[in-house]
Design a binder for this molecule. Structure first.
Ligand code: NDP
Length: 328
């Protein structure tokens, strides 16, 4: 029986355990496409899954990992054939469906996006869910009508994965980017990515007033809680904030004042169940709107046996930019 290396999450008496094991191919779940996984990545959610700090995993045993890039080995799906290069992000990978930290994955062909021309499988995972979510946030702001002429944009959690990619994309598009970070020592890194200003996240983490001085026309928030509430209360008339994350908390202690007195919009961003048509647009835009040089500056590489340790680091806010995981 064929086996392959995988990071398996099991239920324990208290919480869960994670270990690098040999996984039996016969135990892969149903799907019409089998992929040889070459690269994966580590997102905040992967950190939650491998450490068991939040109930991300909802089926046991589970292979963790929410993103992969690789090559189709077998397919009975009309769109895919052996040798096609593909990307998969979300759709319950690593949560309800056996995931990406494995040499093989079997998934629904409808979940896959073709690896765009111009980027490698490694680059696609350097972008990963974090980068593709940042692009979804930029697309949502554009759909709302935001453009560089409308004013500055703020990015919170700027030294993290979503924040780093959002900063790089928005600056390439010509926006004046205000990067908010708890790691002011990373100001040089953020300026290299294109931030015009770097602010201390403490400025945005206290209780929010219903309305405060208008500071930006839009923003990308990966932090939530009082930070998102402050972003909303400081957004210019008819501006918008794209909410992606909850690094500081799930709550949102705000009021209706920004919405009904300034016409501010709160745009929700979900990468997991995002329709395939929008994914394809996002991935095409990532090829043109994210400089590959900047992507390599923000990326570092680990192998499967480093994933669990890196999972602890990302939750402790010690990861800068993006991590790629070399699988095979
Ligand atoms: P990272 O850990 O790479 O980045 C998160 C950043 O948030 C940190 O680097 C830090 O930035 C900041 N941060 C962490 N803790 C706090 C805190 N207590 N208060 C304020 N800021 C804090 O994670 P990702 O970029 O992968 O993900 C970011 C968020 O987005 C997560 O909550 C994740 O779950 C969510 N997410 C949501 C998706 C969706 O589909 N909606 C998809 C992908 C991610 P700094 O050091 O610069 O302050």
């Amino acid at each position: 029986m064929a086996t392959f290396k995988a990071i398996r999450i099991d239920k324990a008496e208290k919480g869960t355990t994670a270990a690098l094991v040999q996984f039996d191919e016969a135990d892969l779940m149903e799907g019409d496409v089998t992929v040889r996984v070459e690269w994966s990545t580590l997102n905040y959610k992967d950190g939650l899954a491998v450490t068991g700090k939040a109930p991300v995993v909802r089926r046991f045993p589970m292979i963790a990992g929410i993103d992969f890039a690789g090559t189709v080995e077998h397919s009975s799906h009309p769109r895919w054939k052996t040798g096609d290069r593909v990307i998969c992000n979300g759709w319950g990978l690593g949560e309800t469906h056996l995931g990406a930290y494995a040499e093989k994955a079997r998934v629904k062909g409808d979940w896959l996006v073709r690896l765009p021309d111009g980027i490698s499988a490694r680059d696609a995972m350097a972008i990963g869910t974090a980068g593709y979510t940042a692009m979804l946030a930029v697309l949502a702001l554009e759909h709302h009508g935001l453009s560089p002429s409308k004013g500055p944009v703020v990015v919170t959690g700027a030294a993290g994965g979503v924040g780093s990619v959002a900063t790089a994309i928005l600056s390439k598009l010509g926006y004046h980017v205000i990067a908010s970070t708890g790691r002011v020592s990373e100001a040089g890194y953020l300026r290299d990515l294109g931030a015009a200003e770097v602010i201390d996240r403490n400025e945005l983490s206290g209780p929010a007033k219903p309305l405060a001085k208008e500071r930006w026309a839009g923003g990308v928030d990966s932090v939530g809680s009082t930070t998102l509430a402050n972003l909303l209360s400081m957004t210019r008339y008819r501006g918008a904030i794209a909410a992606c994350g909850l690094a500081a908390g799930m709550d949102l202690p705000t009021s209706v004042a920004p919405f009904i007195l300034r016409g501010v919009c709160l745009l929700g961003i979900d990468s997991v169940m995002c329709p395939i048509e929008l994914r394809e647009i996002a991935w095409k835009r990532l090829v043109t709107d994210l400089e590959s040089g900047k992507l390599s500056e923000i990326t570092y590489e680990i192998s499967l046996d480093g994933v669990i340790e890196a999972g602890h680091k990302i939750l402790a806010g010690q990861v800068r930019g993006r991590i790629v995981v070399k699988i095979s």
